[in-house]
Design a protein around this ligand. Structure first.
Ligand code: MG
Ligand code: MG
Ligand code: MG
Length: 306
């Protein structure tokens, strides 16, 4: 059995990508199962319900298992024993993360806005027809990762794949569907400050400095007004408890196209140098910033080099 797995704290690209790839591999005669190493978030739940797809099975141990990675390619974002897995392939759109294997593997990595764009191309390559409901879910994953094509990570390949998928799924109003989905993503009701910080949180080793970056994308950033101070306190607590050098929480307003970044750090000078800004009251504003991958990590990481 081949297990298809996205990253920890899975997003819609990870969840839908695992489902889509397992469907594809089963069609071409490779027995596969979609799995997840974390809970399904509110946005992915909306997608699964809307397109009547079963959620991947929870699995957090991969020792000796044939494993295909989707939407990540490093050990840090996978299950604790991922190093013991037999990694057979990767479909991803992130920077190279240092996976080592003992045999040749399939690698489908491109600098596009979403893994599901690549997976659409894999279906074309293997000449497998995508069922309407799966196409709809893949369409949503692309809308999510590219922030409805607004993110600087979004490419022509993403728009093209998404439109083709929309046609297969009989979706006429892509933007409307995208906004409906982001409304689900913007739902912060009932969540504690800590839950919001770790909802979409990634770990980085930046030249020996342990850095954690959370990202929340919402339609209107005003919803954070009342809880911003709580978020700052919780971020500071999280930093101390987990022994981070730096913890950031990016609050992205997808309508105003910019982000407030909350900061808990031992390296304030490095943060300020990275974007030529001043951190005031533990926060700063980045105009035009929508992407952690393209507008946060590449600016911050080089400055940790000693
Ligand atoms: Mg992802
Ligand atoms: Mg992705
Ligand atoms: Mg994302």
């Amino acid at each position: 059995m081949r297990y298809i797995c996205g990253h920890k704290t899975p997003d819609s690209d990870s969840i839908v990508g695992a489902i889509a790839l397992s469907y594809l591999f089963n069609q071409i005669g490779i027995k596969s199962q979609a799995v997840r190493t974390g809970e399904v978030n509110t946005e992915s739940r909306f997608i699964l319900d809307r397109f009547k797809l079963d959620e991947p099975v929870f699995k957090d141990s991969f020792a000796q298992c044939d494993t295909y990675l989707v939407d990540f390619n490093n050990y840090e974002e996978g299950a604790d024993d991922l190093k013991l897995a037999n990694i057979v392939g990767i479909a991803d759109h992130h920077k190279m993360g240092g996976i080592q294997t003992s045999s040749p593997i399939d690698i489908w990595i491109r600098a596009v806005g979403c893994s599901n764009t690549i997976i659409k191309e894999m279906f074309d390559y293997y000449k497998v027809v995508i069922p309407a409901n799966l196409a709809g879910a893949m369409c949503c994953a692309i809308l999510s990762d590219t922030v409805i094509f607004r993110s600087p990570t979004s490419t022509k390949a993403d728009t093209k794949a998404c439109k083709k998928l929309a046609k297969l799924a009989d979706i006429n109003k892509l933007k409307k569907l995208g906004l409906k989905m982001f409304k689900k993503k913007s739902d912060i009701k009932g969540a504690t400050a800590h839950e919001l910080i770790v909802r979409d949180f990634k770990l980085f080793d930046m030249y020996g400095a342990k850095v954690g970056i959370g990202h929340l994308e919402v339609i209107d950033i005003k919803i954070f007004k009342k809880i911003k101070e709580n978020l700052k306190t919780a971020l500071q607590k999280h930093k101390t408890a987990e022994n981070f050098d730096t913890c950031l929480l990016i609050l992205t307003d997808i309508t105003a196209m910019g982000s407030v970044v909350l900061v808990a750090t031992d390296s304030k000078d490095i943060i300020e140098k990275s974007w030529d800004i001043k951190v005031v009251d533990g926060e700063f504003w980045l105009d035009g910033c929508l992407s952690r991958k393209k507008q946060i990590v590449p600016f911050l990481e080089p400055n940790f080099k000693k």
